[in-house]
Ligand binder design. Structure first.
Ligand code: FAD
Ligand code: SF4
Length: 509
């Protein structure tokens, strides 16, 4: 007899939450869950092997948890088909009355599902603290959006780290106490984040990825990501106990061979919905209340989750699909081939890209002020940069990746996300890391054979965009310094920058 299904609940790879709105009113006797691993999703961009493996391993664990609870799950293991075609096929076979899904994390996927079946009901994503409707209403009342004010609005609204109407500690921001570099002796012994050695399900997935995606970038040898909600809770606990107290202080510091430092490593679990952001924020606030972590560290961390994470989610849904095509600086270079291999003599890039390929992870400043900064200064087309970031990080889902890349890192949105382009010379990288110590270039030189490519391109970027940036009060100091360069210096910088651009545009050997 043909199986009958009343509601078919679609669970996408980044929706692994049995408490989501898709399960509201779920009747195990009449309803069923539908999940599919489709090759086209792994190949939308040239995904890192660890990114593919992370999604598939977490999906298979979630499937088994649902089945163990008695739910009927139609699960398609890796197929060469597309999400849309697979769903159409299942709808034809099962003939549900309704197909239910939570708001997907990517515009394209939402449109594809809509086209797959007229039976589709899209439910709100309760994972987020600020829903797109609230964000749109908030944005409508303001001429300009800024993270700081949005973050304060959410702190007040949800009474997080508040003492009456005032922020606890009397300040909203502890940046002055935070963001220190390590001294010359480096970070010393940093507590290693808890890892989760692959179990039988994950080992199967790792084998499958090696076999079916052999040409894809990245390696799987370090794969120890949390792939269940239980493991994600253990990862949160480990971070709160061992690394949160120094999170703020060393938030922006980088060190060769130390991928995680005091960072939480929770983004991947959060983005697949294995963790709830409210739970993460509450755990950090509790640590401050119990005097296990200082306020600057806790505030700095809450700002990332409640502030930045919710902010980029709001920006994505408010401005898509037009947002993805923005390129206000007219950047048109191809992405240098070494972004896929790390094969470059520019040591900071070699370190960060090498780490990315080995782990599928880089922390915020590595993404913003090394790989992102170089692409921005060089003038790489923002769509190419976006595709790289969406491919190489295990935590990459378009709603969070795109505004961070296009807006924050490449300034391609003309200032929606950030009030100025994040630009700096090699001296910033020298101050915040040890990368320059073993580099053949000198961060304080803009021209000549030992000139640091970041420094050359920094001045060149200011010259190329001087007119466009002139009205920005946050860049006044940088433009004032530019004005001190004489004609000969400008000419030499331009020539050196043009050579860097030519070299970066060459196809890989
Ligand atoms: C160019 C660029 C691309 C990025 N791409 C992604 C991406 O694809 N996926 C992703 O989750 N984050 C992305 N980020 C944001 C940030 O770099 C990562 O969230 C962070 O590095 C993840 O590591 P962690 O969990 O150890 O974070 P921590 O440093 O421990 O921070 C705690 C948490 O705060 C949240 N968070 C911090 N900064 C941001 C931010 N700017 N936007 C949104 N959430 C934030 C994350 O959930 C993170 O887990 C990107 C940033 C830049 C500059
Ligand atoms: S000198 Fe320049 S290129 Fe070399 S590591 Fe430092 S910032 Fe990077």
């Amino acid at each position: 007899m043909k199986p009958t299904v009343r509601h078919l609940v679609v669970v996408l790879g980044d929706q692994l939450d049995a408490g989501s709105a898709a399960f509201d009113g779920f009747d195990p006797a009449r309803d069923a869950v539908w999940m599919a691993e489709v090759r086209s999703e792994a190949e939308q961009v040239w995904s890192h092997k660890a990114r593919i493996a992370f999604f598939l391993a977490a999906m298979r664990h979630f499937r088994d948890e649902l089945r163990a609870r008695g739910l009927r799950v139609y699960y398609r293991e890796l197929t060469d088909s597309t999400l849309q075609d697979e769903l159409k096929k299942s709808v034809r076979q099962l003939q549900p009355r309704r197909v239910i899904v939570v708001e997907p994390g990517e515009w394209r996927v939402r449109e594809e599902l809509r086209q797959a079946t007229p039976l589709l009901e899209i439910r709100p994503d309760r994972h987020f603290i600020c829903w797109p409707e609230e964000f749109a209403a908030y944005a409508k009342e303001r001429k300009q959006m800024r993270l700081e004010f949005f973050y304060r609005y959410l702190r007040r609204r949800h009474r997080i780290l508040m003492a009456g109407e005032k922020p606890v500690g009397g300040r909203w921001n502890f940046d002055k106490e935070n963001r220190a570099p390590f001294g010359k002796d480096g970070p010393g012994l940093v507590p290693r984040p808890i890892g989760f050695p692959p179990d039988a399900i994950t080992r199967d997935v790792l084998g499958l990825v090696e076999q079916r995606f052999p040409e894809h970038p990245g390696r799987l040898g370090n794969f120890d990501w949390p792939v269940t909600s239980k493991q994600a809770a253990a990862a949160l606990n480990d971070f709160i106990l061992n690394r949160l107290p120094r999170f703020g202080l060393f938030q922006d510091a980088m060190w060769a061979g130390e991928p995680y430092l005091y960072h939480s490593r929770l983004s991947a679990a959060l983005n697949l919905k294995l963790l709830d952001p409210r739970e993460v924020i509450a755990a950090a606030v509790r640590a401050w209340e119990n005097r296990q972590a200082p306020l600057p560290a806790v505030e700095g961390f809450v700002r990332q989750i409640l502030g930045w994470r919710e902010y980029v989610h709001g920006i994505y849904w408010r401005f898509m699909p037009e947002y993805a095509g923005r390129n206000v600086l007219g950047a048109d270079l191809p992405l240098p081939a070494f972004y896929w291999t790390g094969d470059t003599e520019i040591n900071c890039l070699r370190q960060v890209i090498g780490q990315t390929l080995a782990y599928g992870y880089a922390h915020h400043i590595q993404r913003l002020m090394v790989t992102g900064l170089y692409a921005l200064l060089l003038g790489v087309n923002p769509t190419e940069v976006h595709k790289w970031y969406l491919a190489v990080y295990v935590d990459a889902v378009e709603w969070v990746e795109l505004p961070n890349v296009l807006g924050m890192s490449q300034y391609a949105d003309g200032g929606i996300m950030a009030s100025k382009p994040y630009i700096a010379s090699g001296k910033y990288i020298q101050r915040m890391s040890n990368y320059c110590q073993s580099c053949r270039f000198k961060p304080d030189r803009a021209t000549g054979p030992a000139a640091c490519p970041f420094t050359t391109l920094y001045w060149d970027f200011l010259m190329r965009h001087e007119k466009k940036l002139a009205g920005n009060p946050r860049l006044m100091m940088q433009l004032k310094n530019l004005a001190r360069l004489d004609g000969a210096q400008r000419k030499a910088i331009r020539r050196q920058a043009a050579a860097l651009r030519r070299a970066a545009s060459r196809p890989a050997a």
